[in-house]
Design a protein around this ligand. Structure first.
Ligand code: HEM
Length: 392
């Protein structure tokens, strides 16, 4: 049984016995049920995202702490969260994202051409990893000559991301904070330049955007933009790898999708439900949270298991089946409520273009035996995905 299957079995048991459960060894609470997870995600007053004191302990140096927290909307509560989110939403509109389609198609075509020439494929290294980094660099409007910087930053942000190595968590956070700091300084340079020479890119939009009549400090915008790489890279890489792995395991579904283009988007939603790249989100209770007979006291860390909520039989019939015709399919893989993933339209677009290319260019695909996966308690997806394919 794979690590992921074991985790899913644990979820099944917990949902049946303790959908809201305290791990007495650590004092952390865990939420497994769909109804419980949705009510926690929707209630920011009780389930706070402000984890700054945990980060303060991990990053004693003020400069590192500031680099990681300034503009980082993931760990903010209202009203600061609303202000920054409104601002980034102004630049990152669904229309702006949709207009990126031809550029994403171009990047996908180049990567496929290279895979065809190379012969052997590791879908992660050759495709799923470079695609989202390049897309983020393009969306920001940075020069192609600087894309290698994004690759280096992405590499450092991902190193030891799943906690499966012996590296201490404080060292991992330090690397992340310093990388974000470097990227933020780079973005701030471009912000200044865009104020004199605006273009149609996200940095130019943010350079002039105002939130509630106020301009944000450049350090805040720098932090906000750097977060896009942190939030949007590995997550999308994993989704694309998961699509390839599921298509390889379900050739009949792949054949169906080749016939019915209209099922591509539902198939991406089902992949997200079945294999959520982000399997948990963390919150802290700002006050007591009451669930059907169980109370989580104020001030406690709470792990909301998206991966379990997505398999809740009370919400999804036959939850373990991979069913691309599943309707409705309101999974929680992009979370819900005020922190709902801002990059969801972009991730969906990249995934759709990638999936169309895989189905169109490969008659068959099969994952090799030496695939490697992240520890599923942290992320669901492949680190390395050797793939044998039959080119059209
Ligand atoms: C398959 C791909 C992705 C998945 C599964 C994913 C998942 C998530 C989840 C679960 C959250 C909520 C975290 C929380 O509530 O604590 C989130 C937030 C966020 N995501 Fe994504 N994400 C993906 C791709 C992206 C992309 C491509 C971008 C941008 C380039 C992005 C930017 C963000 C941002 C800015 C937030 C913070 C929103 C806020 O706090 O208001 N994500 N994402």
């Amino acid at each position: 049984m794979s690590d992921l299957d074991e985790l899913i079995k644990w979820f099944d048991g917990k949902r049946a016995s303790d959908p809201v459960w305290e791990d007495e060894k650590t004092g952390t609470w865990h939420i497994f049920g769909y109804a419980e997870a949705t009510s926690a995600l929707a209630d920011h007053g009780t389930f706070s995202s402000d984890l700054s004191d945990v980060l303060e302990k991990l990053l004693p140096d003020r400069a590192d702490y500031d680099a990681l927290t300034r503009g980082n909307i993931l760990i903010m509560d209202p009203p600061d969260h609303n202000k920054l989110r409104k601002l980034v939403s102004k630049g990152f509109t669904p229309r702006f994202v949709a207009e990126l389609a031809p550029r994403i198609e171009g990047i996908v075509k180049d990567l496929f051409d290279r895979m065809r020439d190379a012969g052997e494929i590791d879908l992660v290294a050759d495709f799923a990893y470079p695609l989202p980094v390049t897309v983020i660099a393009e969306l920001l409007g940075t020069p192609a000559a600087d894309h290698h910087l994004f690759e280096e930053w992405a590499e450092r942000l991902i190193a030891n991301a799943d906690g499966s190595t012996a590296v201490r968590q404080s060292d991992v956070m330090l690397t992340v904070a310093r990388t974000i700091g470097e990227m933020s300084a780079y973005v701030q340079e471009h912000l200044r330049e865009r104020r004199t020479n605006p273009r149609d890119d996200l940095i130019s939009r943010l350079a002039v955007a105002e939130a509630d009549g106020q301009r944000l400090a450049d350090e805040e915008i720098g932090g906000l933009v750097s977060m896009l790489l942190r939030a949007g890279h590995l997550t999308t890489t994993l989704l694309i790898g998961n699509i390839a792995a599921l298509l390889s395991a379900h050739p009949d579904t792949a054949a169906l999708l080749r016939r019915e283009e209209g099922l591509l988007s539902p198939a991406i939603e089902e992949t997200l439900r079945h294999r959520p790249s982000v399997i948990t989100v963390m919150r802290r209770t700002a006050k007591d949270a009451v669930f059907d007979g169980r109370t989580i006291p104020a001030g406690r860390m709470v792990t909301i298991w998206i991966g379990s909520a997505n398999r809740d039989e009370r919400r999804f019939p036959n939850p373990h089946d991979f069913d691309v015709r599943r309707q409705p399919n309101q999974h929680l893989s992009f979370a819900l409520g005020g922190h709902f993933c801002l990059g969801a339209p972009l991730a969906r677009l990249e995934a759709k273009i990638a999936m169309r290319a895989m189905l169109g260019q490969w008659r068959e695909m099969s994952v090799g035996p030496d695939a490697e996966f992240y520890d599923p308690k942290h992320f669901v997806g492949a680190k390395r995905l050797p793939l044998a394919v039959d080119w059209v």
